[in-house]
Write a protein that binds this ligand. Structure first.
Ligand SMILES: Cc1cc2nc3c(=O)[nH]c(=O)nc-3n(C[C@H](O)[C@H](O)[C@H](O)COP(=O)(O)OP(=O)(O)OC[C@H]3O[C@@H](n4cnc5c(N)ncnc54)[C@H](O)[C@@H]3O)c2cc1C
Length: 394
């Protein structure tokens, strides 16, 4: 294919969009990716920056998702050592903590099992004699402390690295390029986009809508409008405060509502997140709320008395991103975090919507997308396998 005709057009330069571009190019297809603002400008630079199985998803019995995430974690540690590194986490349990030591021990054992009993995934309990050296962590009413291993990354740099890999395989990146609309015909789509003052068009056999929180807004611009899934956008805020706490990350339970909150020492500051607040406005305008910043500061002050005087005026920075969760009754916490693929038609889809997902599982998700759209594409000779392609800082 040449010129303005592509096998696959991807809307959205977040981790999922670039993952699909990489997988499609690796499968030998011609690919164009349209990003309106900048790579990782959306949710993919606002995450907790963890490459993890998601210990807390065990509570909602999402064993398949946890196993897949742990498999991807192991792969990324191998493929992207500059971008993904192992990270120790401490989980302190107090008299009033909702999850007791037995439950946590069971969860961590299951986590270890689901990781394929990888030596790195072993957990330990920190003996009482070591509690005073936990970097100022409150020790009154402390019952137990566990240490386990997951991984950390830089979400924006990872996104850029995957796009670079896709480009090395021949994918084209158009950025900034705002998708404005598409007409779907028998064998594909005609797409329209804006770069600067110019309106341009191209065609593709399949359009993959990976626009994250903007997914249904993008879907509405397609004629005929493909089936959409009703979603709930849930805002998650992070704050950065000055300070250091050694090398371990802390997995804490908010004393206010029992939610999991991470306190993560980064280079010279502490990254703390996250919240869960329903969001109904334009995704372009998502911002942390004062109440979210106070909530996260409250967790820090509660567990680390040395930070007792810190308040909102001390914040170095704060930001918020949006989770895309399937709509439904009950609290968002209990909704599935699995990715949902929504085609415009069952056989030979011309449009595929990618709802939800995790940073960690972008590669597995992209493989599923390619499998799902393969019947709509001309069979081509694969040029690479994404499970073997190294990713680097560039
Ligand atoms: C607070 C929070 C913490 C998280 N922490 C973690 C974590 O630690 N680990 C983990 O694995 N996962 C985590 N996640 C999940 C993960 O961050 C997201 O699933 C992932 O980043 C979503 O990527 P995406 O590519 O689907 O969407 P996005 O990154 O939002 O990308 C969508 C892109 O589409 C572009 N776009 C929109 N409309 C148009 C248009 N008309 N034309 C062109 N481009 C358009 C946007 O500019 C944007 O760049 C977290 C999520 C949140 C909200």
């Amino acid at each position: 294919m040449s010129g303005n005709n592509y096998d696959v057009a991807v809307i959205g330069g977040g981790i999922n969009g670039v993952g699909v571009a990489q997988a499609a190019a690796a499968a030998g297809h011609s690919v164009v990716l349209l990003e309106k603002q900048g790579l990782a400008a959306g949710t993919s630079s606002k995450s907790s920056k963890l490459i993890h199985g998601g210990l807390r998803y065990l509570e909602s019995y999402e064993f398949g998702l946890v196993r897949e995430s742990l498999r991807e974690r192991a792969l990324l540690l191998e493929l992207a050592p500059d971008l993904v590194q192992l990270q120790k986490f401490l989980v302190p349990l107090y008299r009033k903590t909702r999850r007791g030591p037995l439950l946590l021990r069971t969860g961590l054992s299951l986590y270890y099992l689901l990781s394929g009993m990888n030596a790195e995934a072993r957990f330990t309990s920190v003996p009482r004699s070591g509690w005073d050296s936990l970097n100022g962590l409150r020790t009154d009413n402390l019952r137990a402390v566990f240490r386990y291993t997951d991984a950390r990354t830089d979400d924006a740099l990872l996104t850029e690295a995957v796009m670079r890999s896709a480009q090395q395989l021949g994918a084209e990146l158009l950025c900034p390029a705002m998708f404005c609309g598409a007409e779907v015909h028998a064998d594909g789509c005609e797409l329209h986009y804006r770069t600067g003052e110019w309106e341009r068009s191209c065609s593709a056999r399949v359009l993959v809508n990976a626009a994250g929180p903007w997914i249904n807004e993008v879907a509405t611009k397609i004629t005929p409008t493909p089936p959409k899934i009703s979603v709930e956008l849930v805002q998650g805020a992070h704050i950065a405060v000055p300070g250091s706490l050694g090398d371990d990350f802390f997995y804490l339970e908010s004393p206010r509502d029992g939610r999991a909150v991470f306190v993560m020492p980064r280079d010279g500051y502490l990254l703390i997140g996250t919240t869960e607040t329903r969001y109904r406005e334009n995704p372009d305008n998502v911002r942390p709320l004062p109440g979210e910043e106070s909530y996260l500061l409250g967790v820090l002050r509660h567990y680390f008395p040395g930070f007792g005087k810190i308040n909102r005026s001390n914040l170095l920075n704060s930001w918020a991103g949006l989770r895309v969760l399937p709509g439904g009754p009950g609290h968002a916490f209990h909704r599935s975090r699995e990715t949902i693929l929504q085609p415009d038609r069952r056989d030979r889809p011309r449009v595929l919507g990618l709802y939800g997902g995790k940073l960690t599982t972008y590669r597995a998700t992209a493989s599923k997308v390619i499998e799902r759209i393969a019947p709509s594409l001309i069979s081509r000779k694969p040029v690479a396998d994404t499970a073997r392609l190294p990713l680097s800082l560039g």
